[in-house]
Design a protein around this ligand. Sequence first.
Ligand code: ZN
Length: 290
Amino acid sequence: MPELPEVETIKRELNGRIKGKKIKKLWTDHSKMVKGVSFNRLEKEIKEAEIIKITRRAKNLFFELSNGKSLWIHLKMTGHLLFKSKNPTPQELNSLEGDRFNSYIHFIFYFTDGSQIAFSDLRKFGKIRLIKAKTREILKDPKKYGLEENGPEPLLKRFSAEKLEEILQKKNKAIKLVLMDQSLIAGIGNIYASEILFDAKINPIRKANKLTKKEIKKLYVSIKKVLARAVKMKGSSVNDYRDLSGKKGKFQELLKVYGKTGKKCSSCGKIIKRIKQGQRSTFFCPCCQK
Ligand SMILES: [Zn+2]
Protein backbone atom coordinates (compact mmCIF):
# COMPACT_ATOMS: atom_id res chain seq x y z
CA MET A 1 0.00 0.00 0.00
CA PRO A 2 1.30 3.47 -0.81
CA GLU A 3 2.46 5.05 2.45
CA LEU A 4 3.30 8.63 3.36
CA PRO A 5 6.32 8.98 1.02
CA GLU A 6 4.47 7.59 -2.00
CA VAL A 7 1.28 9.63 -1.45
CA GLU A 8 3.36 12.74 -0.73
CA THR A 9 5.25 12.19 -4.01
CA ILE A 10 1.98 11.94 -5.94
CA LYS A 11 0.64 15.04 -4.20
CA ARG A 12 3.72 17.12 -5.06
CA GLU A 13 3.71 15.98 -8.66
CA LEU A 14 -0.03 16.63 -9.03
CA ASN A 15 0.43 20.17 -7.74
CA GLY A 16 3.09 20.68 -10.37
CA ARG A 17 0.94 19.25 -13.16
CA ILE A 18 -2.79 19.82 -12.78
CA LYS A 19 -3.29 22.97 -10.71
CA GLY A 20 -5.57 25.33 -12.64
CA LYS A 21 -6.81 22.66 -15.05
CA LYS A 22 -10.53 22.39 -15.74
CA ILE A 23 -12.34 19.04 -15.67
CA LYS A 24 -14.00 18.26 -18.98
CA LYS A 25 -15.37 14.76 -18.39
CA LEU A 26 -14.82 11.53 -16.51
CA TRP A 27 -14.56 7.90 -17.56
CA THR A 28 -14.75 4.66 -15.61
CA ASP A 29 -15.23 0.95 -16.15
CA HIS A 30 -15.58 0.36 -12.41
CA SER A 31 -18.12 2.84 -11.03
CA LYS A 32 -17.92 1.20 -7.57
CA MET A 33 -14.76 3.24 -7.03
CA VAL A 34 -16.99 6.26 -6.67
CA LYS A 35 -18.46 6.38 -3.18
CA GLY A 36 -21.45 8.31 -1.87
CA VAL A 37 -22.89 9.39 -5.22
CA SER A 38 -23.30 7.68 -8.58
CA PHE A 39 -20.65 8.11 -11.27
CA ASN A 40 -23.03 10.22 -13.37
CA ARG A 41 -23.85 12.44 -10.41
CA LEU A 42 -20.15 12.89 -9.68
CA GLU A 43 -19.50 13.91 -13.26
CA LYS A 44 -22.33 16.46 -13.16
CA GLU A 45 -21.07 17.89 -9.88
CA ILE A 46 -17.46 18.44 -10.92
CA LYS A 47 -17.63 19.07 -14.66
CA GLU A 48 -16.24 22.51 -15.49
CA ALA A 49 -14.65 22.79 -12.04
CA GLU A 50 -11.02 23.85 -11.82
CA ILE A 51 -8.42 22.10 -9.69
CA ILE A 52 -7.24 24.62 -7.11
CA LYS A 53 -4.80 22.56 -5.08
CA ILE A 54 -3.95 19.02 -3.99
CA THR A 55 -3.42 18.27 -0.29
CA ARG A 56 -2.31 15.13 1.54
CA ARG A 57 -3.40 14.03 5.00
CA ALA A 58 -2.05 10.64 6.16
CA LYS A 59 -2.51 8.40 3.10
CA ASN A 60 -5.44 10.43 1.73
CA LEU A 61 -5.37 12.88 -1.17
CA PHE A 62 -7.75 15.83 -1.53
CA PHE A 63 -8.39 17.73 -4.75
CA GLU A 64 -9.73 21.17 -3.86
CA LEU A 65 -12.13 22.35 -6.60
CA SER A 66 -13.17 25.84 -7.68
CA ASN A 67 -16.83 25.08 -6.89
CA GLY A 68 -16.14 24.86 -3.15
CA LYS A 69 -16.17 21.03 -3.16
CA SER A 70 -13.34 18.53 -2.72
CA LEU A 71 -12.53 15.13 -4.11
CA TRP A 72 -11.20 12.70 -1.55
CA ILE A 73 -9.05 10.00 -3.13
CA HIS A 74 -7.63 6.98 -1.34
CA LEU A 75 -5.24 4.79 -3.32
CA LYS A 76 -5.74 1.83 -0.95
CA MET A 77 -3.68 -1.31 -1.72
CA THR A 78 -2.48 -0.92 -5.28
CA GLY A 79 -3.74 2.40 -6.65
CA HIS A 80 -1.65 5.09 -8.28
CA LEU A 81 -2.35 8.13 -10.44
CA LEU A 82 -0.82 8.75 -13.86
CA PHE A 83 -0.58 12.03 -15.73
CA LYS A 84 -0.69 12.11 -19.51
CA SER A 85 -0.16 15.39 -21.34
CA LYS A 86 -2.03 16.33 -24.50
CA ASN A 87 0.85 15.37 -26.77
CA PRO A 88 3.06 12.97 -24.81
CA THR A 89 6.58 12.37 -26.10
CA PRO A 90 7.55 8.76 -26.97
CA GLN A 91 9.61 8.67 -23.73
CA GLU A 92 6.61 9.74 -21.67
CA LEU A 93 4.42 7.20 -23.37
CA ASN A 94 7.00 4.51 -22.79
CA SER A 95 7.06 5.17 -19.01
CA LEU A 96 3.27 5.13 -18.90
CA GLU A 97 2.52 2.24 -21.19
CA GLY A 98 5.69 0.16 -21.18
CA ASP A 99 4.97 -1.02 -17.63
CA ARG A 100 2.08 -3.41 -17.01
CA PHE A 101 1.44 -1.95 -13.53
CA ASN A 102 0.28 1.24 -15.26
CA SER A 103 -2.30 -0.57 -17.35
CA TYR A 104 -5.01 -1.32 -14.76
CA ILE A 105 -6.83 1.91 -15.52
CA HIS A 106 -10.34 2.12 -14.08
CA PHE A 107 -10.98 5.84 -13.87
CA ILE A 108 -9.89 8.89 -15.91
CA PHE A 109 -10.22 12.63 -15.36
CA TYR A 110 -10.10 14.40 -18.73
CA PHE A 111 -9.13 18.08 -18.66
CA THR A 112 -10.21 20.75 -21.12
CA ASP A 113 -6.61 21.24 -22.34
CA GLY A 114 -6.41 17.63 -23.57
CA SER A 115 -4.37 16.26 -20.67
CA GLN A 116 -5.63 13.62 -18.25
CA ILE A 117 -5.14 11.88 -14.92
CA ALA A 118 -5.74 8.13 -14.91
CA PHE A 119 -6.27 5.99 -11.81
CA SER A 120 -4.50 2.64 -12.28
CA ASP A 121 -5.51 0.11 -9.65
CA LEU A 122 -4.65 -3.57 -9.99
CA ARG A 123 -6.86 -4.77 -7.12
CA LYS A 124 -9.58 -2.13 -7.47
CA PHE A 125 -9.84 -1.11 -3.81
CA GLY A 126 -9.17 2.58 -4.56
CA LYS A 127 -11.86 5.11 -3.66
CA ILE A 128 -13.04 8.46 -4.97
CA ARG A 129 -15.55 10.46 -2.96
CA LEU A 130 -17.02 13.90 -3.50
CA ILE A 131 -17.29 16.03 -0.38
CA LYS A 132 -19.26 19.24 -0.45
CA ALA A 133 -16.75 21.25 1.53
CA LYS A 134 -13.41 22.92 1.08
CA THR A 135 -10.43 20.74 1.91
CA ARG A 136 -9.41 22.78 4.93
CA GLU A 137 -12.93 22.45 6.39
CA ILE A 138 -12.69 18.69 5.97
CA LEU A 139 -9.31 18.55 7.65
CA LYS A 140 -10.55 20.66 10.56
CA ASP A 141 -13.35 18.20 11.32
CA PRO A 142 -12.57 14.92 9.52
CA LYS A 143 -15.10 12.81 11.45
CA LYS A 144 -17.96 14.97 10.25
CA TYR A 145 -17.07 14.02 6.67
CA GLY A 146 -16.58 10.32 7.32
CA LEU A 147 -12.78 10.26 7.57
CA GLU A 148 -10.92 8.45 10.30
CA GLU A 149 -9.15 10.53 12.88
CA ASN A 150 -5.45 10.53 12.04
CA GLY A 151 -2.55 11.11 14.38
CA PRO A 152 0.00 13.88 13.76
CA GLU A 153 1.91 14.18 10.49
CA PRO A 154 5.41 12.92 11.32
CA LEU A 155 7.22 15.20 8.86
CA LEU A 156 5.74 18.41 10.24
CA LYS A 157 7.89 20.48 12.59
CA ARG A 158 5.28 20.36 15.31
CA PHE A 159 5.66 16.58 15.55
CA SER A 160 8.24 16.69 18.34
CA ALA A 161 10.13 14.04 20.31
CA GLU A 162 7.96 14.98 23.30
CA LYS A 163 4.83 14.33 21.25
CA LEU A 164 6.16 10.92 20.22
CA GLU A 165 6.96 10.08 23.84
CA GLU A 166 3.44 11.07 24.88
CA ILE A 167 1.98 8.73 22.22
CA LEU A 168 4.22 5.78 23.13
CA GLN A 169 3.78 6.06 26.90
CA LYS A 170 0.09 5.22 26.65
CA LYS A 171 0.56 2.09 24.54
CA ASN A 172 1.33 -1.28 26.04
CA LYS A 173 1.62 -2.75 22.54
CA ALA A 174 4.44 -3.76 20.18
CA ILE A 175 6.21 -0.65 18.88
CA LYS A 176 5.83 -1.77 15.25
CA LEU A 177 2.03 -1.91 15.59
CA VAL A 178 1.98 1.46 17.32
CA LEU A 179 3.98 3.07 14.49
CA MET A 180 1.49 1.66 11.96
CA ASP A 181 -1.62 2.79 13.85
CA GLN A 182 -2.96 5.69 11.75
CA SER A 183 -4.91 7.09 14.69
CA LEU A 184 -1.63 7.59 16.59
CA ILE A 185 0.81 8.68 13.84
CA ALA A 186 -0.22 9.34 10.24
CA GLY A 187 1.13 7.70 7.12
CA ILE A 188 3.51 4.96 8.31
CA GLY A 189 2.75 1.48 6.95
CA ASN A 190 4.50 -1.86 6.83
CA ILE A 191 7.55 -0.91 4.77
CA TYR A 192 8.54 2.21 6.66
CA ALA A 193 7.72 0.83 10.13
CA SER A 194 10.26 -1.97 9.54
CA GLU A 195 12.86 0.39 8.09
CA ILE A 196 12.44 3.01 10.83
CA LEU A 197 12.88 0.40 13.57
CA PHE A 198 16.00 -0.97 11.90
CA ASP A 199 17.42 2.54 11.65
CA ALA A 200 16.66 3.15 15.33
CA LYS A 201 18.05 -0.32 16.28
CA ILE A 202 14.86 -1.18 18.17
CA ASN A 203 13.33 -4.67 18.14
CA PRO A 204 9.81 -4.48 16.62
CA ILE A 205 8.25 -6.63 19.34
CA ARG A 206 9.34 -4.32 22.18
CA LYS A 207 6.42 -2.71 24.02
CA ALA A 208 6.01 0.95 23.10
CA ASN A 209 5.66 2.08 26.71
CA LYS A 210 8.85 0.27 27.73
CA LEU A 211 11.22 2.20 25.47
CA THR A 212 13.77 4.36 27.27
CA LYS A 213 13.98 8.12 26.72
CA LYS A 214 17.16 7.59 24.74
CA GLU A 215 15.48 5.01 22.48
CA ILE A 216 12.49 7.29 21.90
CA LYS A 217 14.82 10.11 20.88
CA LYS A 218 16.58 7.75 18.46
CA LEU A 219 13.27 6.50 17.10
CA TYR A 220 12.12 10.09 16.60
CA VAL A 221 15.20 10.90 14.54
CA SER A 222 14.76 7.70 12.51
CA ILE A 223 11.09 8.43 11.72
CA LYS A 224 11.96 11.86 10.32
CA LYS A 225 15.10 10.64 8.56
CA VAL A 226 13.67 7.56 6.86
CA LEU A 227 10.44 9.24 5.72
CA ALA A 228 12.17 12.38 4.46
CA ARG A 229 14.71 10.35 2.53
CA ALA A 230 11.96 8.19 1.02
CA VAL A 231 10.04 11.29 -0.11
CA LYS A 232 13.23 12.58 -1.70
CA MET A 233 13.61 9.27 -3.55
CA LYS A 234 9.95 9.43 -4.68
CA GLY A 235 8.91 6.48 -2.55
CA SER A 236 9.43 2.72 -2.77
CA SER A 237 8.31 0.66 -5.76
CA VAL A 238 8.54 -2.76 -4.15
CA ASN A 239 5.57 -3.92 -6.20
CA ASP A 240 3.08 -1.89 -8.17
CA TYR A 241 3.60 1.67 -6.96
CA ARG A 242 4.60 4.19 -9.66
CA ASP A 243 4.92 7.98 -9.63
CA LEU A 244 2.75 10.36 -11.65
CA SER A 245 4.72 9.82 -14.83
CA GLY A 246 4.56 6.03 -14.44
CA LYS A 247 8.12 5.60 -13.19
CA LYS A 248 9.32 3.61 -10.19
CA GLY A 249 10.42 5.32 -7.00
CA LYS A 250 14.00 4.71 -5.88
CA PHE A 251 13.81 4.08 -2.16
CA GLN A 252 13.38 0.30 -2.62
CA GLU A 253 17.08 0.27 -3.54
CA LEU A 254 17.87 1.61 -0.06
CA LEU A 255 15.66 -0.77 1.94
CA LYS A 256 17.69 -2.44 4.68
CA VAL A 257 15.30 -5.06 6.07
CA TYR A 258 11.89 -4.92 4.35
CA GLY A 259 11.53 -7.99 2.10
CA LYS A 260 15.10 -9.13 2.95
CA THR A 261 14.31 -12.38 4.80
CA GLY A 262 17.32 -14.70 4.76
CA LYS A 263 19.68 -12.02 3.43
CA LYS A 264 22.64 -10.69 5.37
CA CYS A 265 22.16 -7.57 7.47
CA SER A 266 24.04 -4.69 5.84
CA SER A 267 25.25 -3.58 9.24
CA CYS A 268 26.33 -6.76 11.11
CA GLY A 269 26.22 -9.54 8.49
CA LYS A 270 23.77 -11.73 10.46
CA ILE A 271 20.58 -13.02 8.81
CA ILE A 272 17.45 -10.83 8.52
CA LYS A 273 14.37 -12.46 10.03
CA ARG A 274 10.67 -12.27 9.25
CA ILE A 275 7.93 -12.59 11.87
CA LYS A 276 4.18 -11.94 11.83
CA GLN A 277 2.71 -9.07 13.79
CA GLY A 278 -0.96 -8.18 13.48
CA GLN A 279 -1.24 -10.39 10.37
CA ARG A 280 1.53 -8.49 8.59
CA SER A 281 5.15 -9.43 8.00
CA THR A 282 7.80 -7.66 10.03
CA PHE A 283 11.42 -7.76 8.90
CA PHE A 284 14.27 -7.11 11.31
CA CYS A 285 17.82 -7.95 12.33
CA PRO A 286 17.72 -9.74 15.73
CA CYS A 287 21.37 -8.84 16.23
CA CYS A 288 21.21 -5.07 15.56
CA GLN A 289 17.72 -4.45 16.92
CA LYS A 290 17.48 -4.86 20.68
ZN1 ZN B 1 22.30 -6.54 11.89
